[in-house]
Design a protein around this ligand. Structure first.
Ligand code: FO1
Length: 325
């Protein structure tokens, strides 16, 4: 184990799940709280779909399709074929085995359990020992504002393939949401030594988590290193629309945009080794930067990056005064 104390990691999407997997390899379940974005959740075909929760769960359980990043390996799609034949909504792909997750989650929620409780039960059934904490038990829905009007996240991401030009992002329900009880309890009772922002989309995956009232302030009040791992390598998002969205929202391209989104929050930024030169102005401006091999192909890549990120956080904690970006 590379760090003492408890680590809180915020994540969403495929890139975030990869680093989260690495963190579970180097931290005991009692020393890690994985907080996952639920802004992508939606009701579809009468089912409650929690894509980022499931991506994380399947990744940690070793069940994820490594090519797609989401859904289950070895999946079949008979249900989708049959649905399309009937003229049903077939723009969002629910695999035959994956369906069980959505049906069972929906049943348990309808029976009155919270999303946290349901997630704990379902992930335990998959053999996952590390706690996966939905950011909130209250519904928060990411809405992408585009030049053609507002789109619910999955309509923007899957149906429209992120093609519309984004003019803004808002998180419906966030102002009325509370952080989930397990996260609140971790923030109060655990001896937290570091916060890691996984290489997830800063606006669409980490943004909704930070929009829950009190969370950002709660993290800052811990007064421990908050380290972000950049999802942008070589000016492009490793996966998904992060770079396109940042450009459309008027942010500087590349790492400068990531640093801008997290301004006032992070105390260190992990960048890919190939981006060390691009990160030099950020370092010169006072943001501690660590260049690491941030592209995660194998499980070993994930574990190594997790270890080195925690080492960076530990070094930041040991510095006399934390530099502010
Ligand atoms: N992503 C797609 O690009 N197309 C899909 O049809 C799709 C279906 C899907 C079903 C279940 C699930 O858990 C995830 C799914 N995803 C799909 C991924 C999902 O849209 C994204 O991973 C996230 O919401 C972005 O982080």
């Amino acid at each position: 184990m590379s760090t003492s104390g408890h680590v809180v990691a915020l994540c969403g999407g495929v890139g975030g799940a990869k680093l989260a997997f690495g963190l579970t390899r180097v931290l005991e379940p009692k020393n890690l709280t994985l907080v996952v974005n639920t802004g992508d959740d939606f009701e579809h075909l009468g089912l409650h779909i929690s894509p980022d929760v499931d991506t994380l769960a399947y990744t940690l359980a070793g069940l994820a399709d490594r090519e797609r990043g989401w859904g289950l390996a070895g999946e079949t799609w008979h249900f989708m074929g049959a649905l399309a034949r009937l003229g049903g909504e077939s723009w969002f792909n629910l695999g035959d085995r994956d369906l069980a997750m959505h049906v069972e989650r929906t049943r348990r929620l309808a029976a009155g359990r919270t999303l946290s409780q349901v997630t704990a039960g379902l992930t335990a059934a998959l053999g996952i020992r590390h706690p996966i904490i939905p950011m909130s038990d209250h519904p928060v829905r990411t809405i992408v504002q585009t030049d053609g009007g507002e789109l619910e996240f999955q309509r923007y991401f899957v149906a429209e393939q992120c093609r519309p030009v984004a003019t803004g992002v808002r998180f419906e329900g966030a102002d009325r949401a509370w952080i989930s009880p397990a996260l609140a309890s971790a923030l109060v009772w655990k001896k937290i030594s570091a916060v890691v922002l996984c290489p997830s989309n800063p606006h669409l995956s980490v943004g909704p988590i930070l929009a829950i009232p009190g969370l950002r302030e709660g993290l800052l009040a811990l007064d421990v290193p908050i380290v972000a791992v950049s999802p942008i390598v070589g000016g492009r998002a490793l996966k998904g629309p992060a770079a396109k969205l940042m450009a459309e929202l008027g942010l500087p391209p590349g790492l400068a945009g990531v640093a801008k989104v997290y301004e006032g929050l992070i105390s260190g930024l992990v960048v890919d080794v190939t981006d060390e030169a691009e990160a030099a102005p950020l370092a010169a401006a006072g943001l501690p930067v660590r260049a690491l091999r941030a592209v995660m192909i194998t499980d070993e890549d994930r574990t190594r990056l997790a270890l080195e990120t925690l080492d960076f956080a530990r070094e930041l904690a040991a510095r006399p005064a934390r530099a502010k970006p």
